[in-house]
Design a binder for this molecule. Structure first.
Ligand code: DUC
Ligand code: ZN
Ligand code: ZN
Length: 470
């Protein structure tokens, strides 16, 4: 494998910030220093650029199904999009079908993803059917297969939702073996009542998606999830936190020393529920769960990020096209034309996480550069058992590196993004900052607008313990 030397960049990790050279050998960072001279190495000039560890997005849905709906990104298209956005590792989901063994769930997903994936990857296992046999399997999934996080839904009754007993049993099984439970925290039963009431009154438009998923029901489930985890003595991770009332529960638990963690997503930081006022069916583009909240909620989320009440920014990339064509109705929001409850829940974003957070977080002074790196790379690696192989720039770590121009402006558009989806939540937004080059284990996979990576080159990552950080 070629040796490379990245010269004169401003190297930024979660704790460091200095100008230096990085020498990479066999896909790993070998040496970091000043004015390194390695004549045989392929050289890249990084002066004027920031050098970050590759982004780690711990919440994506590629090629998944939601009832009859299908995500529009395949593992190939979705990971190319991720790479263009400076993300070199994703943690995606393996969904258990009811009655299926956990090992089969994992093996099937791996077989689907492995030939296509262009960046490194791992899985959280989604449990929908927690029975004795499945519980017995979990220790070996952690120890032999490197899956140390298990997601369950407290929402979507009859489809994905599991009850408190299932959550508690899973927590007890995985807790002392290095496992963590991730929860979609919303009170699904109450939300179902609100959905039925809205539909009975003839309220079928996308706006009612938001009106039937109140912040209080996110808070209620977050509180319940944390208390169950406290009793089971296991770390717990709340996905896609959007409501200040839910965040209060995380803060309260963390102040008591409970290992409760949470992520939020760029759409909750930069968008609000005014998007649901869009005419016609346009509001369906913003139907994700939890829904976008009132504008003032953003302030609480930024505060949470700043004070480490929220540990990670992940995308919850879950793309569906707006239009029926060319992929077909099952890939499209149009499934819910007559009934908001049938609009596939989810939105694209895997390509935008770094640039949005840099532009709207670092440049505005809401977070500093070190915290930025921590939120998009280092904390995800530590939280999910990938550190120090991933998540930092240090001798011995994988040479997943992003060269980032902090001054270049770009305008976000579905016309130029790489995700296989026909709209962007951020269409027309001008941002400052651009990913210029991306290296995956020392190989240049993105060079400006050129794609140099290859399907199947992404490696499956067996992870160690999750949630062992306070
Ligand atoms: N939850 C997710 O995490 N992603 C898509 C839809 C949902 O409800
Ligand atoms: Zn969810
Ligand atoms: Zn999700």
């Amino acid at each position: 494998m070629t040796e490379i030397l990245i010269k004169g960049g401003r190297i930024v990790t979660a704790v460091d910030d200095y100008i230096g050279d990085i020498f990479v050998k066999n896909g790993k960072i070998e040496t970091i220093g000043r004015q390194l001279d390695i004549p045989d190495a392929q050289q890249y000039n990084a002066s004027g650029l920031l050098v970050f560890p590759g982004g780690i997005d711990v919440h994506t849905h590629m090629e998944a199904m939601q009832g009859i709906a299908r995500n529009s990104d395949t593992y190939a298209t979705g990971t190319i999009a991720a790479a263009f956005g400076g993300t070199t590792t994703i943690l995606d989901f393996a969904y258990q079908n009811k009655g299926e063994s956990a090992k089969k769930t994992l093996d099937d997903r791996l077989a689907l993803a492995e030939p296509q994936v262009c960046i490194d990857f791992g899985f959280h296992l989604i449990l929908t059917d927690v029975n004795k046999d499945v519980l017995t399997e979990l220790p070996s999934l952690i120890e032999a297969d490197g899956v140390s996080s298990f997601k369950m839904f407290m929402a979507y009754p009859e489809i994905l939702m599991v009850d408190d007993a299932a959550i508690f049993r899973t927590m007890r099984k995985v807790g002392d073996r290095g496992g963590m439970v991730n929860l979609h925290a919303e009170n699904g039963s109450v939300i179902q009542v609100l959905i039925e009431e809205a539909l009975e009154q003839g309220n079928t438009s996308p706006q009612y998606h938001a009106l039937t998923r109140p912040r209080l029901m996110e808070a209620e489930a977050t509180h319940r999830a944390i208390r169950l985890a406290e009793l089971a003595e296991v770390p717990v991770y709340i996905v896609h936190l959007s409501a200040p009332e839910a965040l209060e529960n995380v803060v309260e638990a963390r102040d008591r020393g409970i290992p409760a963690f949470a992520e939020t997503c760029p759409h909750y930081l930069f968008l609000d529920n005014k998007e649901y006022d869009r005419p016609d069916f346009e509001a369906a583009k913003y139907v994700m769960t939890p829904p976008l909240r009132e504008h003032h909620c953003q302030h609480h989320l930024w505060r949470g990020l700043r004070f480490d009440d929220l540990q990670i920014v992940a995308t919850d990339h879950c793309p569906f096209c707006f239009n029926e064509q060319p992929l077909g109705i099952n890939y499209s929001k149009q499934l819910g034309q007559d009934n908001f409850a049938k609009i596939p829940n989810g939105a694209p974003g895997v390509e935008l996480r770094l640039v949005l957070l840099f532009d709207g977080g670092v440049r505005t002074g809401k977070i500093n550069l070190n915290r930025f790196v921590q939120l998009v790379s280092t904390a995800p690696a530590k939280m999910f058992g990938l550190f120090p192989q991933k998540g930092t720039i240090a001798p011995g770590s994988d040479a997943d590196l992003v060269l980032f121009d902090p001054d270049k402006k770009q305008t976000i558009s579905a016309k130029t993004h790489h995700s296989r989806v026909d709209y962007s939540l951020f269409e027309g937004r001008e941002v400052t900052g651009k990913v210029e080059k991306v290296f995956l284990r020392g190989e240049l996979i993105v060079d400006g607008d050129r794609w140099l990576g290859e399907a199947g080159k992404g490696k499956y990552l067996k992870r160690s313990a999750s949630g062992r950080m306070l």
